[in-house]
Ligand binder design. Structure first.
Ligand SMILES: Cc1cc2nc3c(=O)[nH]c(=O)nc-3n(C[C@H](O)[C@H](O)[C@H](O)COP(=O)(O)OP(=O)(O)OC[C@H]3O[C@@H](n4cnc5c(N)ncnc54)[C@H](O)[C@@H]3O)c2cc1C
Length: 502
């Protein structure tokens, strides 16, 4: 887009939302060219990604509808963005296409909460912290409490990116808790789903209505099928009793068996384990002396009733003994990793991630059944060993001598994730390219060892599309084509192609 076209689009947007909420200056544009936390390959200096032409901050679904119509008229991409911390360029424009970033963070209000419905309705740009703050005043919570990057993440981004994490072992993925959505479709139509499809119903208490699950189409759709403008989600009372416990295990199999069982029995709200043998060496230095080079499980258990809470903790201890585990004091270990345990049992893990990954890292994640986790980690370790030259530029930056793997056995409804980081020294082009190749190899290896990518797919999806069963991607593409014939909504995301975006 040349300067003249950019100015014209900016004027069109200003007529919709007011000039105060439109920016097309270089500083703002480049600020939106990089995702928060800078998944380093998705850097503005990368060959693929770049700045938007214009950034707009809408406040209503009506405004978004007008913006989308304008974008259709001019065939300009529109990318909904929350915190921009997805780390896979999900909310970052493709360099060749640019477009409009639709920053949703001014749409951050809790709209309604009704006790009898046990559900809350809110705008998508609300951040997890803001929502929890509002709900805590009423003594309630959302169950699943957001991804580990939750401080800056919005609910809209969590839904668009299919997030999971805090308390997922008990409450499932974020999207399993969504009830109804209001969505602005790519043609500008505003639709309601679930119980709100009946004109006589004013409440937003149920996800399903006649026909297929129309809410589901928008969950994890990365802004490709429409812009979510209102959400209703399940709520739960904040548990009165909560504790975080730490166990060590003699080996990884015992650790896995313990994690599987305590989650299966429903005793834990949060569950997180790391296998010592596969840890990054800088973490071994911290954990080894503290916990005797053992495999570790940290968990949170919660209940509303004191007696149930006490019995639950006893049951967890019994299962740990069954697999040779021993409880160790939690605080020293948490402090060492810079984790902090807040009173509801959530882990403010942002500090930990920042420390462990560092700013020059590109982390990959994948989801596998808990019992296959070891296979995934072993094959990843072998792959990293074979390709460790690719990390020679990045390792000194993070003060490490070995490759960088951060295995997480994160219990979440019987599945777990593995995280591998590939640190990059950006001062050398060759390093970036080689580390990028390794990132691709790691992702391919993940897929080939039986994992799936459920979240954080963004624009980095070739591993999935290459391995999808026949018909799956073409089915998604057919939906995309029907909803968005000019391919203006976040083109390039989810492997849906760029055909009509030229
Ligand atoms: C340190 C760190 C740790 C993390 N840990 C986890 C983790 O444990 N689990 C996990 O799942 N993720 C994790 N992530 C990824 C990240 O936290 C989530 O993807 C994030 O919450 C996304 O929210 P966001 O507001 O930043 O979304 P964005 O990055 O802004 O957007 C994500 C996607 O959603 C789309 N989108 C945004 N708003 C809307 C809307 N209103 N309508 C339609 N589409 C929309 C965007 O177009 C984009 O495709 C982590 C990230 C960091 C930095």
């Amino acid at each position: 887009m040349n300067d003249l076209e950019r100015r014209s689009i900016a004027e069109g947007l200003a007529a919709i939302v007011g000039p105060r909420y439109v920016r097309a200056d270089d500083v703002t544009r480049w600020a939106y060219a990089i995702e928060d936390f800078g998944g380093a390959f998705f850097h503005p200096l990368s060959p693929e990604y770049g700045p938007p032409d214009v950034v707009v901050k809408p406040h209503t679904a009506g405004e978004i509808s007008e913006i989308v119509k304008l974008a259709n008229k001019h065939r300009v991409p529109v990318i909904a963005r929350g915190g921009g911390e997805d780390m896979t360029a999900a909310a970052t424009p493709l360099k060749d296409l640019g477009g409009i970033i639709l920053d949703t963070t001014d749409m951050n209000k809790v709209l309604d909460y009704q006790e009898g419905l046990n559900a809350v309705r809110f705008q998508p740009g609300i951040r997890w912290g803001e929502l929890h703050h509002e709900l805590a005043r009423k003594g309630i919570t959302t169950g699943v409490r957001g991804p580990h990057g939750f401080l800056g993440g919005t609910l809209g981004g969590g839904i668009g990116g299919n997030c999971f994490s805090m308390n997922s072992p008990k409450y499932g993925w974020v999207n399993e808790n969504v009830l109804t959505l209001q969505v602005v479709l790519p043609n500008g139509d505003i639709i309601e789903t679930g119980s709100l499809t009946n004109t006589q119903v004013k409440d937003w208490y149920y996800r399903y209505c006649y026909g297929p699950d129309m809410v589901g189409i928008f969950l994890g759709s990365a802004g490709a099928f429409g812009v979510i403008t209102e959400v209703s989600m399940k709520t739960y009372p904040i548990p009165e009793f909560s504790d975080t416990l730490l166990y060590i295990f003699p080996d990884t199999d015992a650790q896995v068996n313990f994690m599987f069982k305590v989650e299966w029995y429903g005793y834990v709200t949060e569950l997180w384990g790391i296998a010592y043998y596969a840890l990054h060496d800088s973490l071994k230095k911290i954990v080894g002396p503290l916990l005797g080079e053992k495999d570790i499980v940290a968990l949170t258990t919660e209940a509303h009733h004191k007696g149930i809470f006490r019995e639950q903790k006893k049951a967890i201890a019994a299962i740990a003994r069954e697999f040779g585990g021993a409880e160790v004091p939690v605080q020293g270990f948490m402090r060492a990793l810079n984790l902090s345990v807040v009173d509801t049992g959530e882990w403010a893990a942002g500090g930990m991630y920042g420390k462990v990954m560092g700013p020059n890292d590109n982390c990959t994640c994948s989801i596998a059944p808990l019992h296959q986790w070891r296979k995934v980690v072993d094959s990843t370790l072998a792959l990293m060993e074979k390709n460790k030259d690719a990390l020679s530029g990045g390792l000194p930056l993070i003060g490490a001598q070995h490759f960088y793997i951060f295995p997480q056995l994160l219990g979440s409804r019987g599945v777990c994730q593995s995280v591998v980081s590939t640190p990059v020294d950006f001062s050398q082009d060759r390093n970036v390219q080689r580390a990028r190749e390794l990132y691709d190899l790691v992702m391919e290896n993940y897929m080939d060892t039986g994992t799936v990518a459920l979240y954080r797919i963004g624009k980095e999806s070739k591993y999935l599309t290459e391995r999808s069963r026949p018909g799956y991607i073409s089915f998604m593409k057919a939906i995309k084509k029907a909803l968005d014939p000019k391919n203006i909504m976040n083109p390039g995301v989810l492997g849906l192609g760029l055909e009509d975006a030229e």
